[in-house]
Design a binder for this molecule. Structure first.
Ligand code: NDP
Length: 613
């Protein structure tokens, strides 16, 4: 294949073939990344503990005055976490005949991320008909293509009611320790309410967005106004609800720090009602068309049984880069891959040979991001603000964003975009406001839309220890990296299972991945009980083989991640340097391929790689 001077395959002159200069764009991306690289990487964030604990521990949504006496109870399975993953695990366990299941949940109800994230505009950013699980089984249809948080929260409650999971559930209860009792072959669960719970099996389903992330901006503890994280929205202070109407902000100057998926949803609502809004942006989000619409009842009437599996599988195939003939979801997510398919035919036509797949993906990405940047110019009138709002990185360096109101906000007279893109970011927080680029921004309220700790060390993200055989802590056991069989269990920690994003198939539509994991755990636990075994754990060989498999497949992403603008996907530009990096060891061929491995394993019926006691 012919190459250009910088070694890139020659795909024709920049302007007649592609419409842009590949080498110049690569260089621009590199400069924008370098500007944001910081030597402190993930250490730039404050641990939400001690004086900052309130950002996570306050629950503005729970009825006041909750108290109960410590409990001493036994259960077959304790499920930690009542979000979608815990609900699905419990539901699938019940279906598999395991009746005695008890959910332990920090919130005052089910919902997990959807219990806590009630900020104005909070909305599903994936097609609801794919994202909300068990729709067909429960005979429910979301009201919109991208439904809002209250409806998703209600669906969590619906799952809880339908599978009778409220019975025995312990709300407003935080696990403090899990300790394996080798003699009695069960786990002791200690909680913040001094409960002593004995469980034969544990399923940890605490999600990846449960620990709010706080920026370590100097002076953050000195601010005298109101401050909160988006996942603990203070409606007493702002007024209104998820639909807006934040009337109490009418005389307030507000700062929002962060411009990720959460910020682009809530900024339009704050802008509509606040006297003044400053949006502090370090890295712009890619903001593509949303195109929400009410559910089409004629479409619903024509659906055949099995439609949800078909739709979810189709969506998953497309976003995993598999060839596809029909695009059932047909939205901004799938458009990314439609674009890639077009590039494949471009490659074939151009040289009579297939161009390198990675180059095609890069070109498709550039084309998509050029459209995203053009959209900013079409909507935002002030050219300097528009320039600052343009994202210069490969689209999947950050979660792609979709919103039809966000960019328009920056035409409002009461809204300022404060560009803090160099590595200093926001310089300081004072008693009365923020300092950035040497300018003081006095504010009454600071809202942290700064996301969640997803890849920091486990010890920091999980506020309880898991002590397995011989009293070994899971944090020590995994100090050189996570070790599991299929992401669900670990040798030395019998009867302990996890649902999550480590060493398994992960999807942008995370409930799709969670449901498959839930079925799998339910199968293993019910088979363990069925054969009268008291313990189950992976064999050393099976665990080692899976870790090797995951690492050999994961390595393909390294080059991409190193070139990305800093973010949680690449440990803030220092990918691989921290233990947390292993949290992103995902099965690279995708969730569908991973699910097929699990399905084949179950079909084989031999429970291979597991050791029973
Ligand atoms: P993100 O981690 O995506 O974004 C955090 C934002 O805070 C970034 O813009 C980041 O900038 C910024 N930030 C952090 N520190 C500073 C600082 N010191 N100064 C200025 N800015 C700073 O968090 P989100 O809450 O937006 O999203 C988290 C995840 O939640 C998503 O990836 C998604 O999985 C999920 N989500 C899902 C939704 C759904 O519908 N399913 C909806 C919303 C969120 P920088 O980029 O420079 O680091």
């Amino acid at each position: 294949m012919a190459t250009t001077d910088d070694g890139a395959p020659n795909v024709g002159s920049p302007h007649d073939a592609l419409g842009f200069d590949l080498a110049a764009l690569r260089e621009k991306y590199r400069r924008e990344r370098d500007k944001r690289l910081r030597s402190d990487g993930e250490n730039q964030y404050l641990e939400v503990a001690g004086q900052y604990a309130r950002y996570a521990e306050e629950d503005p949504f729970a009825p006041p005055g909750f108290r109960r006496a410590p409990l001493t109870v036994e259960t077959e399975v304790a499920v930690i976490g009542g979000g979608f993953s815990g609900l699905l695990a419990s539901a699938r366990l019940r279906e598999a005949g395991v009746r005695d299941v008890r959910i332990i949940e920090a919130g005052a109800d089910f919902g997990g991320a959807w219990y806590w994230n009630r900020y104005p505009g909070a909305q599903c950013d994936i097609d609801s008909y794919c994202y909300l699980p068990v729709l067909e089984e429960l005979g429910y249809m979301p009201s919109e293509k991208y439904t809002y948080a209250p409806e998703i929260f209600e669906h969590c409650q619906r799952i809880g009611r339908s599978f009778n999971l409220y019975e025995g559930a312990l709300f407003q209860t935080r696990v403090k320790e899990l300790r394996w009792n080798a003699e009695r072959k069960l786990w002791h669960v200690r909680t913040n309410l001094d409960d002593d719970i004995e469980a034969r099996f544990i399923v940890t389903a605490t999600g990846s967005t449960s620990r709010p992330k706080l920026p370590g901006i100097p002076g953050i503890d000195t601010f005298k106004g109101r401050s909160f994280h988006t996942c603990r929205w203070d409606y007493d202070y702002t007024g209104g609800d998820n639909k807006g109407g934040l009337a109490k902000l009418a005389d307030k100057r507000v700062a929002i720090i962060g411009t990720g998926s959460t910020a682009i949803q809530c900024v339009p609502y704050v802008a509509a009602d606040a006297r003044q809004l400053h949006v502090f942006q370090r890295t712009p989000c890619s903001v593509d068309v949303r195109g929400n619409a009410p559910t089409d009842l004629a479409w619903v009437a024509g659906l055949e049984p099995g439609w949800q599996d078909e739709r979810r599988n189709n969506f998953e195939d497309i976003i995993s880069g598999k060839p596809f003939e029909v695009d059932l979801v047909d939205d901004g997510w799938t458009d990314i891959y439609r674009n890639l398919q077009t590039m494949v035919s471009f490659g074939e036509k151009k040289d009579g040979e297939n161009l390198d797949a990675r180059l095609l993906a890069e070109i498709a990405d550039f084309q998509k991001m050029n459209k995203i940047r053009d959209r900013v110019d079409q909507i935002v009138r002030d050219p300097r603000t528009a320039e600052a709002l343009k994202p210069w990185y490969r689209q999947h360096c950050k979660r792609p964003g979709f919103n039809d109101d966000y960019l328009e906000v920056f035409n409002r007279p009461n809204v300022t975009l404060v560009d803090v893109s160099d590595s200093r970011g926001v310089e300081a927080i004072t008693e009365t406001g923020l300092v950035a680029n040497g300018i003081d921004y006095p504010v009454d309220c600071i809202i942290f839309a700064t996301g969640f700790e997803i890849t920091t060390s486990l010890r920091r993200r999980i506020d309880y220890d898991v002590l397995g055989e011989g009293g070994t802590s899971i944090f020590d056991h995994w100090s050189a990296g996570v070790r599991t069989l299929h992401g669900h269990s670990t040798r030395g920690f019998p009867n302990w299972f996890a649902i999550g994003i480590s060493q398994n198939g992960v999807s942008a539509n995370n409930t799709f991945a969670f449901d498959s994991q839930a079925r799998h755990l339910a199968y293993i636990i019910s088979r363990t009980i069925g054969r009268g075994a008291s313990t189950v754990q992976p064999t050393e060989n099976a665990e080692a083989a899976w870790v090797a498999e995951i690492r050999s497949k994961s390595s393909v992403n390294r080059e991409f991640l190193d070139a990305c603008t800093p973010g949680f996907h690449n440990n803030e530009g220092r990918f691989g340097e921290t233990v947390g990096a292993h949290a992103l060891e995902i099965y690279a061929p995708g969730a569908r391929a991973f699910n097929a491995i699990l399905a084949e394993w179950r079909a084989n019926g031999q429970l291979e790689g597991l050791e029973f006691g």
